[in-house]
Design a protein around this ligand. Sequence first.
Ligand code: HEC
Ligand code: HEC
Length: 422
Amino acid sequence: MSKSLSGIYLPVFGGIALVCSVAVAVANRGYGDSQIETLQTRLAQVEAQKAAALTEAEASAARLAELETRLAELESKAGNTVAGGEPVAAHEGAFGLGRPALPEEIAAWDVDVLPDGRGLPEGSGDVSTGEEVFAEKCAACHGDFAEGVDNWPVLAGGFGTLADEDPVKTVGSYWPYLTTVWDYVHRSMPFGEAGTLSADETYAIVAYILYSNDLVDDEFELNQDNLATFEMPNRDGFVIDDRPQREYAEWRTEPCMENCKDSVEITKRATFLDVTPDHGGDSVMNSADTSETPTFTAANATAEEVASADAADAGDAELIAAGKKVFKKCSACHQVGDGAKNKTGPHLNGLIGRTIGSVDGFGYSSVFKQANEEGRIWDQAALDAFLAKPKAYMTGTKMSFAGLKKEQDRAALNAYLATFGE
Ligand code: HEC
Ligand code: HEC
């Protein structure tokens, strides 16, 4: 600012000083009275000019100062200025970002209409006006009588169908509040030209949709006062979502994260139940490769498994382990071990030495019943023959199993099954 001010003052003062020194020099040379008078007049004129120049300079300086202040103001608010509007005060805090929304901007967003009618603009429209507007802007898709063209939505009818297998949900049969119809149509229809309907047109269209649903007569006029109180037929067909009160409290109780149960009993194992075949489909006939399945340590093996493993000598242990693998082919139908139950086939505990077809509560086929009556016993040889070709050994058995071709598989299985006592 000082630079610009001196730029204005210096030429002015410089000019005045020059004129004054000329006047003094001329006076000293002894000119006549008249000349002195003339010079005095000139001097007075110069004085007057000087005063005027000073006033003008001061005014210019003041104006300049004003402009500079304004410029600084504008510069600091450049980012906060709305085109065509007054500069808006910068938003405090939040790193100086953003600004409060203008009332016009809020109004442009705040267009929703609530079920109690809040947000409805002033306006009105009757059925016959609505019929015209509807024919022009909506009927191409929704039909002249709101009955729906092709697959475009039906807006009328469908009363009494909501409980059907294929309900017809229309504005008349389904929508609970008329405010929703006004809001939806005003905001999103005509499809592809959303936002083009005036308030009055929308009132008229909604009146016509009511008319095409037989809910009003052709004289009816809709406006901001009677719209919200209009009772739609399915108004009470909706349930208030009370889960926050009813359910959240239950879900929000602190979850137990440790020692939540006094004793833990393992009743089944995924590998044992063969729920996750290693490859192939889910057929029990697939030969499962169990090399990837985890082995159980004594800590999570059942007491009986541990006891019987102890009983077996080291040479058998390998055979038993192999038999356990082979048993995966049987485990879809048979259980062994602690708490073994009858499934598709009877449990196989204590099998060797057991009378054929003797498990209580299991419904055997007649060939098994007959063998049972004859008092035949499962020994290693019988079992080996049966497992090699079940259908041949027990013609008519209901055990759907093709058989184990490999002798070593049958031997292993025999050894494994022998570890399960009564
Ligand atoms: C170009 C075809 C087309 C035109 C024209 C059109 N609509 Fe639609 N309308 C649709 C489609 C498509 C839907 C379904 C939109 C969706 O589900 O997202 C629909 C849905 C509706 C629904 C809701 C139906 C329901 O039960 O879900 C109403 C009400 C409606 N339109 C009214 C109107 C009105 C009033 C007009 C005229 C101002 C109009 N539509 C013009 C195609 C159209
Ligand atoms: C698809 C189901 C199924 C599969 C797999 C299956 N079984 Fe059976 N098993 C049965 C049924 C059912 C019976 C009863 C047969 C009858 O009543 O005819 C049975 C009977 C038995 C019996 C006679 C038990 C008794 O009480 O007399 C033995 C032993 C047996 N199966 C062993 C096995 C072995 C070992 C395997 C695996 C290699 C196997 N089964 C695979 C269903 C199956």
